[in-house]
Design a protein around this ligand. Structure first.
Ligand code: FE
Length: 218
């Protein structure tokens, strides 16, 4: 096995009632596990077999191998998503990320509105991100399995694929996104990512080739 399905950082019922245990379990044990399994099958017997997930993503991107990229990026995105949530998170941020939000968005309310807008207006399946680029925070959204650009270091993500919310909120993506922003965004994790981004900025350029993806915190 090259990569493995990481355990959830909280119990499956910890996000209920906003995100039910059933949704969390199906999401983790079937959707995410399916991506992990596909990556392992795709790299089995190849020179990528002992590479990290971040390295596999970088190689798939370089080789323009869309299938491998999609599966590997989805495995990474889901792991990052669970780390982006905390059962007692959400609401007002604290620490370094709070300072950046005030500086770059003017207020938490403006930030929350822009994140909600990015997550709800993304057409089809995708991801809404809070990213750091050149010392500034941005809200952005990507389609399907796509990651933020290589200049952007992800701090937090919200999965806006229908499987993330349809059982609990049906077509009301806005209700799910609102609940994540209000109750679950993991500000501790965002602050840890900011700290690591500071380290990354002092690292050799080759480390930046992995898009600021760090195995140490996911
Ligand atoms: Fe998902």
């Amino acid at each position: 096995m090259t990569i493995s399905l990481k355990p959830l950082p909280f119990s499956p019922d910890a996000l209920a009632p906003h995100i039910s245990a059933t949704t969390v379990q199906l999401h983790h044990e079937h959707h995410e596990a399916g991506y992990v399994d596909r990556v392992n099958r795709l790299v089995s017997g190849t020179k990528l077999a002992n590479h990290s997930l971040e390295q596999i993503i970088a190689v798939a991107r370089d080789l323009d191998d869309q299938t491998l990229f999609d599966m590997a990026a989805q495995a990474w995105n889901h792991s990052f998503y669970w780390s982006s949530l905390h059962p007692h998170g959400g609401g007002l941020p604290h620490g370094a990320v709070a300072t950046l939000i005030d500086k770059d968005f003017g207020s938490y309310d403006t930030f929350a509105e822009q994140l909600h807008q990015a997550a709800t207006s993304k057409f089809g399946s995708g991801w809404a991100w809070i990213v750091l680029q050149s010392g500034r925070l941005y809200v952005t959204a990507t389609s399907n399995a796509d990651l933020p650009s290589e200049e952007q270091i992800p701090l937090l993500v919200i999965d806006v694929w229908e499987h993330a919310y349809y059982m609990d909120h049906q077509y009301r993506r806005a209700a799910y996104v609102g609940a994540v922003i209000e109750h679950f965004l993991n500000w501790e994790f965002a602050n840890e990512r900011l700290r690591l981004a500071g380290e990354d900025n002092r690292a050799p350029p080759s480390r930046l080739a992995t898009n600021g993806l760090s195995q140490r915190v996911i």
